[in-house]
Design a protein around this ligand. Structure first.
Ligand code: PEP
Ligand code: MN
Length: 352
């Protein structure tokens, strides 16, 4: 249920109601919006009467029931107010939100060695990326494929962070690694293959780092929203959705079907920010720029692009990785659209 306060409701009244709701066995969450304060109520509300709750204060404008199975991540829970996921990085805080400039995350699929990760970090930073991505623990379809360098790759990510000040995003496959990964990562990624791993999702909710939640390759939008609800319900409201393509009947040309309609659909259903990953979405580097441009035009809050200094030699996902030079050009192309839709950070270096 959500309790919408009238504009100008005194803070003392909101606090009094907070205590009152707690005494009814509910967990209230206060959301201070631009115009109004909203109190989200979680708990056994099925038998509660909205009108009776409304009588608790003359400052209550409305009491609404959230009918969706996902509650805290739903757009209604914040009465339409988009949330902000603010990530602190050595270069300063970066905001993922509908009302913020688009955030670009770039880097190789896997961290291979120090030279390549530091070099890639320098290049993507110069082109305007705010985050470096790179897998240390890799979820691979084949047990015989390169599995990532694991813990030793975390030290290489730390070196790249030190050299550039970029924020770091890397995947957590096993809850046992959360602590060690958190020493270097600023955002923890849950990969497509783990979107349904509910015990991992609960653990992600019980730690403090923001979580990037990729869409399972055959997950419906509602299953994806419910996966985010697991994280938020467990205590961590900093979740970013990432569409990375869904299983397709026709994978002859593209690896997946990148569901760009997920942008307006999620926008209408959740207050949380939305990232698009055209690299895994298409599987081919030549298709990545068009899909990145389309995603930005369609309102994505963030983009994740795989970049490798020598894609033909990459240990994973070379065919979908851009060279640093192609990434430079892509950022210039994106800046045109980004400015047109009012989502481009003018501090991003302008490349010729
Ligand atoms: C990745 O980001 O490198 C990755 C493995 O992504 P996904 O989980 O979307 O396949
Ligand atoms: Mn990859």
């Amino acid at each position: 249920m959500i309790v919408v306060m009238k504009p100008g409701a005194p803070e003392s009244e909101v606090d009094r109601l907070d205590a009152e709701f707690r005494s009814l066995g509910l967990s209230p969450e206060k959301i201070v919006g631009k115009h109004k304060t909203v109190i989200g109520l979680v708990g056994e509300t099925v038998d509660m009467d909205a009108l009776q709750l409304q009588d608790l204060s003359p400052w209550i404008e409305q009491v609404l029931r959230v009918e969706k199975p996902y509650k805290r991540v739903s757009r209604e829970f914040r009465h339409g107010e988009p949330s902000e996921v603010i990530v602190s990085t050595p270069n300063g805080p970066v905001t993922f939100s509908q009302h913020a400039p688009v955030v670009v995350v770039a880097g190789p699929c896997s961290v291979e060695n120090e030279e390549m990760i530091v070099e890639t970090a320098r290049r993507v930073k110069a082109a305007g990326a705010q985050f470096l991505r790179g897998g240390a623990f890799k979820p691979r379809t084949s047990p015989y494929a390169f599995q990532g360098h694991g813990e030793s790759a975390l030290a290489l990510l730390a070196a790249a962070k030190e050299a550039t000040g970029l924020g770091i995003i890397t995947e957590v496959m096993d809850a046992a690694d959360i602590e060690v990964i958190s020493e270097v990562a600023d955002v923890l990624q849950v990969g497509a293959r783990n979107m349904h791993n509910f015990s991992l999702l609960k653990k992600m909710g019980a730690q403090d780092k923001p979580v990037l939640l990729k869409r399972g390759m055959s997950a419906t939008i509602e299953e994806w929203l419910m996966a985010a609800e697991y994280i938020v319900a467990a205590g961590n409201s900093n979740v970013i959705f990432c569409e990375r393509g869904i299983r397709t009947f026709d994978n002859q040309y593209a690896r997946n079907t990148l569901d760009l309609s997920a942008i307006p659909v999620l926008r209408s259903l959740t207050h949380l920010p939305i990232m698009i990953d055209p690299s895994h979405g298409t599987g081919k580097s030549e298709y990545v720029p068009s899909m990145a441009a389309a995603a930005l035009a369609a309102g994505a809050d963030s983009l994740m692009i795989e970049v490798h200094p020598n894609p033909s030699k990459a240990l994973s996902d070379g065919p979908q990785s851009l060279t640093p030079d192609r990434f430079d050009r892509l950022m210039t192309e994106l800046s045109v659209i980004g400015k047109a839709v009012g989502r481009w950070d003018t501090r991003v270096p302008a490349l010729i």
